[in-house]
Design a protein around this ligand. Structure first.
Ligand code: BES
Ligand code: MN
Ligand code: MN
Length: 471
C-alpha cells in the first residue's frame, strides 16, 4: 500500500477514534496481563525480592514467546535477569531494538495509596498501580501493539527488558558488551519518559545523567550528652554547614565548573507562553518555581541545566519525645544531574573536591560516588537516513493515533541504558514519552489513563505496520 493511501486511512481511523461512543477500554486479555504484571513486586531496591524477579522472568518470557519471540535470559549480580527476545529474520530490511524496564520503585515512598499499589484497578478512566506508568504500562502497550500488528515479515525486533533500571542498571553495560553481537538495530525505541499533558505525547530529545553521592561526616567517637553543648562540635551542624555551601544564595550550584559545557539548544529561551510556569508549578504542587537563570523558562530548566539535589539526610535522634544528645555522625545522600555535553566524571570529581576542601579539619568526611548513568542527547547531525526515516514514521504514527504531532523536549530524568546503546552499539534511541506529570511516577497513586494506553498502543501498531510495509 502506498504511503499516502496508508496515511489517509490512518486519518480516517483517527476520526473514528474521536467518536464519543467509542469506548477506550482495554480488552480482557490485556487487562489480565497488566494485572499480573503489576502484581509482581519487582522492587529492584529491595534485596528480598529475588522471588518476584524469578516470577517476572517466567511471566515475561511467556508473554514474549506468545508473540513469536525466542527469549534468552541473562542473570545479573543483583538477581534481576535481563530478558532478550528476538523475532524476525536477521536479514530483515529493518531492525528495531525495543527497551523497557520491569522493575519498579518501592511503593510506600511518600503519602498514602488510595488502593493496594500491587493490585491493578481502574477508577474514572485511569489505571492505578505501582509501575502502571513507569514502566510496566508502556511495556504492556508495546506488547498489545505487537499482538494487534500481527506478522511483520520485514521487521526484525529485539526486545530487551531490564530489571535494575531504578537502581542505576549496574549490570547492563557488561551485558551489552558481551551480547552486542545479536542486537544489531537501525534504531532503538524506548517508552519511558514523560509528556507535557495527557494525550500530548513527546519525543524526548535529551536525558540528563545522574551521579549519586553519599557523604558521611564524623565529629567524634560517640554521641555526647548535650549538656556539653557549646564546647564540642555537633555533626548535624557541621554537615548542614558543609552541605549548604554547595548552593549559592541565588540557588545555583557553587561548585566551580558546574555549568561548563551546557548548551541551550532546543530550549525556547525567549518566549515563555504566559501562564506556563504557573501551570507547571500547580501540577508539581509547589507555590513557585525557582529562578536560577532569568533568561530560561523556569518550567524547562530541568531538561537543560545540571542540578544538585539532596535526597535524604539523617543523624541524631528521630524517635518520640526528646533525647538530649550531640550526635557524632551525620550523613546525607544527594544526586548530581548532568546534561549532554558535560564531562560527567570531571563534575563528579569537582563536587568531591569541593566537599573535601570545605570540610573543617576537625571533622572526618567520607564521600562515596556510586554507579552513574551518563546523559544522552539526540545529535541531529550524526543521525543516519534510516534512523530519520524511522523517526518520522514514528511521528506520523503518533499523529495518526493522538491527532497531534509529538512535541520535542528535553527531560530532567535519566535512563542509564540509553547512552550505553550509543557507546556500545552505536545505536541512537527514539524516546517516546507518553506519561504526563499527573501520572505521579515514583509517588503514591501512580496512574496512567486508559485513553493514553489505548492511543499509545494504536500509535505503535501503526508504526510497526508502516515500517513493515514501507521498508
Ligand atoms: N522513567 C524514569 C526516567 C524518567 C522520568 C525520564 C521522568 C524522564 C522523565 C526512570 O525509570 C527513572 O526513574 N530513572 C531514574 C534513574 C536512576 C535511578 C539511575 C532517575 O531518573 O532517577
Ligand atoms: Mn522508567
Ligand atoms: Mn523510574
Amino acid at each position: 500500500m502506498g504511503g499516502e493511501v496508508w496515511k489517509l486511512l490512518q486519518w480516517f481511523f483517527f476520526l473514528l477514534t474521536m467518536c464519543p461512543l467509542q469506548i477506550h477500554a482495554m480488552d480482557g486479555e490485556m487487562w489480565k496481563l497488566l494485572q499480573r504484571f503489576i502484581a509482581l513486586r519487582t522492587v529492584s531496591a529491595d534485596p528480598a525480592a529475588d522471588n518476584e524477579f524469578a516470577h517476572a522472568e517466567n511471566f515475561l518470557t511467556a508473554a514474549l514467546a506468545s508473540l513469536g519471540f525466542s527469549v534468552q535470559t541473562f542473570p545479573t549480580a543483583e538477581h534481576h535477569p535481563i530478558l532478550l527476545g528476538t523475532r524476525g529474520s536477521a536479514n530483515a530490511p529493518t531492525a528495531l531494538l525495543i527497551y523497557g524496564h520491569y522493575d519498579v520503585q518501592p511503593a510506600n515512598c511518600d503519602g498514602q495509596w488510595s488502593s493496594d499499589p500491587f493490585f491493578l484497578v481502574e477508577r474514572d478512566g485511569k489505571l492505578y498501580g505501582r509501575g502502571v506508568a513507569d514502566d510496566k504500562g508502556p511495556i504492556a502497550a508495546i506488547l498489545s501493539a505487537l499482538r494487534s500488528a500481527g506478522d511483520l515479515p520485514n521487521l526484525r525486533i529485539t526486545f530487551v527488558l531490564e530489571g535494575s533500571e531504578e537502581i542505576g542498571s549496574p549490570s547492563f553495560l557488561d551485558f551489552l558488551k558481551t551480547n552486542h553481537g545479536n542486537m544489531r538495530a537501525d534504531a532503538a525505541i524506548v517508552l519511558d519518559t514523560g509528556c507535557p499533558e495527557e494525550l500530548r505525547p513527546a519525543i524526548t530529545t535529551s536525558l540528563r545523567g545522574i551521579l549519586p553521592f553519599e557523604v558521611c561526616l564524623t565529629t567524634g567517637e560517640r554521641d555526647l550528652h548535650s549538656g556539653f553543648g557549646g564546647c564540642v562540635p555537633n555533626a548535624i551542624q557541621e554537615l548542614l554547614r558543609l552541605c549548604s555551601r554547595l548552593h549559592g544564595p541565588d540557588g545555583r550550584v557553587a561548585v566551580p565548573g558546574f555549568y561548563d559545557g551546557i548548551s541551550l539548544a532546543g530550549c525556547d529561551c525567549v518566549s515563555v507562553a504566559t501562564g506556563e510556569d504557573e501551570q507547571f508549578a500547580k501540577e508539581m504542587g509547589v507555590r513557585n518555581l525557582q529562578c536560577l537563570f532569568p533568561q530560561l523558562p523556569r518550567h524547562a530548566v530541568h531538561g537543560v541545566l545540571p542540578s544538585l539535589d539532596f535526597n535524604g539526610i539523617w543523624s541524631g535522634y528521630q524517635g518520640l519525645g526528646s533525647k538530649t544528645i550531640i550526635p557524632a555522625v551525620a550523613s546525607a545522600k544527594f544526586t548530581v544531574r548532568t546534561v549532554a555535553g558535560q564531562d560527567q566524571s570531571a563534575m563528579g570529581h569537582a563536587v568531591e573536591q569541593f566537599l573535601k576542601s570545605h570540610a573543617p579539619a576537625h571533622c572526618q568526611l567520607s564521600v562515596k560516588m556510586s554507579t552513574a548513568a551518563p546523559a544522552y542527547g539526540l545529535d541531529w547531525k550524526r543521525l543516519d537516513g534510516k534512523f530519520i526515516q524511522l523517526f518520522s514514521s514514528l511521528e506520523s504514527a503518533v499523529e495518526a493515533a493522538f491527532g497531534t504531532k509529538p512535541v520535542h523536549r528535553r527531560e530532567g530524568g535519566s535512563i542509564g541504558v540509553v547512552s550505553a546503546f550509543w557507546d556500545v552499539l552505536g545505536l541512537d534511541s527514539m524516546l517516546l514519552g507518553v506519561v504526563p506529570p499527573e501520572s505521579r511516577i515514583h509517588a503514591s497513586d501512580e496512574n496512567w489513563s486508559m485513553e493514553s494506553f489505548w492511543r499509545t498502543q494504536l500509535a505503535l501498531e501503526y508504526f510497526f505496520k508502516n515500517i513493515d510495509q514501507e521498508h
